[in-house]
Design a binder for this molecule. Structure first.
Ligand code: ATP
Ligand code: MG
Length: 405
């Protein structure tokens, strides 16, 4: 049977996947466990969260609530004894022609996933002390990423043209015929350039690496490129890492900040930098932090996590003006204010539970001042309590306090 030229078939496309075209990432009901000798750690218990194109999403919550495991599960980087048990991680893939197709990252082959990790979704890990690789110069490491992921043909051609400018100069005593034949030779070289040599690729990538360091506002970028990671301060190393992650032109950048590894000032600077760069990057960003204060100026959406569950998800302004989940309220009360005496700082009572035996029903109930028997017995469903404002709670507070059951 004759095929129509316009017929577009691709066996790899799962036509079943429905995804909002405004989203780049749609994580649904993600469950991840760790099978340890002590028992099964139920680290993620149905995490649902979305990232819109161009958004900066903050994933916040106390230590141990599942932020890093969420990032690793999205990237399919959960190591043994961990296992992703359920859920979907839908990613809006885009080809060079700009055609967009949703794929489920939990279902694609490891080969496809490796390409996604290298090209489309990048992660900056939380411990800059062990990464970038300590034995290679910063510039060489970034250049390596660039030569793997970027088309350097234009840069290489520019280098060649610069070389040729010298060759174009007329030598003393050269005849018109000699000049003409030399020009013919040069023209032939330009119209049919030989494959770039590894040195040419290396030089072009190295120059671009310095450009990337400049882009992340690294002072004396050319000098930094020649240094080793240990010669840089923590904040500078973080910047170098970001330059490296951005060198593959990702659609999503995940920045997993450590609770302890960087101080809050450095963290705030890094977040501000990412925010400034966003317009040029055409990328969406996921910022992982324990500090709600830090996200206020830099993030468009916030997902508040508690014990492996996203308990509240909405835009940043709404979260700060009308927090509804009691845990979010607690986190907001715990932000230190410069105007208040330290003694006034309120902490949420209790600690994040051990996730081998997590609390029944709502996992936050043992720490919640509004908890009832209902909270102990049944997990609250995920509910859109106001447009774009989602919670998991039987006793919504804030402007919804009247809805108590
Ligand atoms: N390799 C592992 N083996 C067993 N349990 C793990 C492992 N990695 C994480 N967990 C558990 O999963 C839960 C979530 O951990 P996760 O590292 O995601 O927390 P986090 O929110 O990133 O905390 P932090 O702010 O300290 O980075 C914790 O209970 C943790 O103990
Ligand atoms: Mg973490």
């Amino acid at each position: 049977m004759a095929t129509d030229d316009n017929t577009y078939t691709n066996d790899n496309i799962d036509t079943e996947i429905q995804m909002d075209p405004n989203l780049v990432l749609d994580v649904r009901g993600l469950k991840t466990n760790f099978y340890t000798y002590e028992g099964v750690v139920k680290a993620l218990d149905g995490v649902t969260v979305q990232v819109k194109r161009g958004d900066t999403l903050a994933l916040v919550g106390e230590t141990g609530c599942g932020k890093s495991v969420t990032a690793k599960s999205i990237m399919r980087l959960v190591d043994s004894p961990g296992k992703i048990e359920a859920g979907e991680v839908l990613f809006m893939d885009e080809n060079e022609q700009g055609e967009r197709t949703p794929i489920d990252l939990l279902k694609v082959s490891e080969d496809v996933m490796r390409k996604i990790r290298g090209n489309k979704i990048a992660i900056v890990f939380q411990d800059p002390a062990t990464y970038p690789n300590p034995v290679f110069k910063i510039g060489d490491q970034i250049a390596e990423v660039i030569s793997l992921h970027q088309d350097l043909s234009l840069e290489i051609l520019q280098d060649k043209i610069a070389e040729m400018e010298d060759a174009l100069k007329v030598a003393e005593g050269e005849t018109a015929d000699e000049i003409a034949s030399r020009l013919d030779e040069l023209q032939a070289q330009l119209s049919n350039p030989p494959r770039p040599t590894s040195t040419e690729i290396k030089n072009a990538a190295r120059r671009k690496a310095v450009e990337m360091l400049n882009m992340v506002r690294m002072p004396s970028a050319a000098e930094i490129a020649n240094q080793y990671p240990h010669e840089l301060s923590g904040g500078m190393r973080q910047r170098a890492l970001i330059a490296m992650s951005l060198s593959c032109n990702p659609k999503i950048l995940i920045a997993d900040e450590a609770t302890t590894a960087l101080d809050v000032t450095v963290q705030a600077q890094v977040l501000k930098l990412l925010n400034d760069l966003k317009a040029d990057l055409d990328a969406s960003i996921i910022i992982i932090t324990h500090d709600l204060g830090v996200v206020a100026e830099t993030c468009t959406q916030v997902a508040v996590m508690y014990a492996g569950v996203v308990v509240e998800y909405t835009n940043t302004e709404e979260l700060f003006s009308d927090p509804i989940h009691p845990y979010t309220e607690g986190l907001l009360r715990a932000i230190p204010k410069l105007t208040e005496k330290v003694g006034k700082l309120t902490q949420i009572m209790g600690t994040v539970p051990n996730l081998i035996n997590p609390p029944t029903g709502c996992r936050f109930h043992p720490r919640c001042e509004f908890a009832t028997e209902h909270c102990q017995n049944e997990r609250p469903p995920r509910e859109e309590i106001k447009p774009g404002h989602w919670i998991e709670c039987w006793h919504p507070q804030g402007s919804q306090a009247g809805r108590k059951k």
